[in-house]
Design a protein around this ligand. Structure first.
Ligand code: NDP
Length: 335
């Protein structure tokens, strides 16, 4: 059988994640490849064109990305800019008639998610998310327990993702560009884990607490550390934490019939998992981002819906918004 044509991807924003992960992943993908970029730095764009073997005419600037509409080599645009700019990128992609992948967090508000979803629907293009964890076999095991209703009852979950951030300014501490602090940067992974374990079921309530800042001069616009709980109707519960000063990288789910522990849980590689107290064989070298982009490309080629639709990113933004409200008011916020 003849191999199907690969879909062309254009990355929007050539920062750390595009350079270190997504570009290299697109050298490994089977159903898509890098065929263009959007960048504020034309020289960098030309370097990428040379390295990845696409024409310089497929290097765009943020101000000229509407012209991607006329480039038949590009099927998918992928927003990898700071979250405050995702809306602009997604709208540009939709108007250009291209399918869109949006990095996490999807946006800086639920209203922005609504605009993105509406624009992609109106344009008849698919909107998907850069939720790479969904493709790692360890995390897929957690999803399988949910799909097979194998937990045997309510799940007691805990998890954290945090690291000590540097002291140089970056968009992650800029409220307008980041939307929020560590909850949106790393806490979102812990929320994703719990939702995977719960079969993507919406929690019914959240509580949250922000401890006093230890570096208020750096985290002057966004939270430094936040602790939060998610509650489900059946008594399942997550205790999560995310921090820009304290390292953590783990997820645990304990239910009547199964127990899962991952640490590290959220790294790009070298994850470790214990299943029912048994260490699982390492899967080092598994490329989450390649699997993620291939899965989206395959769904487009097969005329199927992405498993990570815009509605999922919107739901997570709704949960994040509720966590911020709970932290601000000190009250339990129902969803
Ligand atoms: P970087 O700061 O390293 O890069 C962001 C890039 O966005 C810049 O290099 C620049 O690209 C472009 N950009 C355009 N406008 C601005 C602006 N006003 N300020 C800063 N950058 C701008 O960030 P990351 O690559 O780490 O993160 C980008 C996105 O990817 C975020 O949404 C982040 O949450 C997500 N991410 C996801 C990860 C995951 O595991 N799924 C991991 C890391 C990040 P250029 O110079 O080409 O114009």
């Amino acid at each position: 059988q003849r191999e199907r044509r690969k879909l062309g991807v254009a990355l929007i924003g050539l920062g750390g994640y595009s350079t270190g992960q997504l570009g290299p992943a697109l050298r490994e993908t089977k159903f898509c490849e890098l065929r263009g970029v959007v960048t504020g730095d034309a020289a960098k764009g030309r370097r990428w064109a040379r390295d990845y073997g696409f024409p310089e005419s497929s290097v765009y600037h943020y101000d000229t990305m509407a012209a991607i509409a006329d480039n038949p080599e590009i099927d998918i645009v992928y927003s990898v800019t700071p979250p405050g700019l995702h809306l602009r990128d997604v709208l540009a992609g939709a108007v250009a008639g291209k399918h869109v992948i949006c990095e996490k967090p999807m946006a800086v508000s639920v209203e922005e998610c609504d605009q993105m979803i509406a624009a992609c629907e109106a344009a008849g293009v698919q909107l998907s998310l850069g939720y790479r964890l969904h493709f790692h076999p360890y995390h897929q095991q957690v999803k399988t327990f949910a799909a097979e209703q194998a937990w045997g009852g309510p799940i007691k979950m805990s998890g954290g993702f945090g690291y000590r951030m540097g002291s140089a300014w970056e968009w992650r501490v800029d409220k307008a560009l980041a939307g929020g602090g560590q909850l949106m940067n790393t806490g979102i992974y812990v929320i994703q884990s719990a939702l995977m374990a719960k079969g993507e079921m919406m929690p019914v309530a959240v509580t949250a607490h922000e401890p006093p800042k230890t570096r208020p001069e750096y985290f002057n616009e966004v939270e430094e550390t936040i602790n939060f709980t998610l509650e489900w109707a059946d008594g399942s519960r997550l205790e999560g934490t995310s921090s820009g000063v304290q390292g953590s990288n783990d997820f645990e789910a304990v239910a009547p019939d199964h127990r899962v522990r991952m640490a590290p849980a959220y790294s790009y590689d070298r994850l470790r998992m214990e299943l029912d107290r048994e260490p699982q064989p390492p899967l080092d070298g598994f490329f989450q981002q390649a699997a993620q982009m291939d899965a989206f490309a395959a769904s487009l080629l097969n005329g199927q819906q992405t498993i990570l639709p815009g509605a999922m990113g919107r739901r997570d933004m709704q949960i994040i918004t509720a966590i911020y409200e709970a932290s601000r008011t000190g009250k339990r916020v129902t969803l």
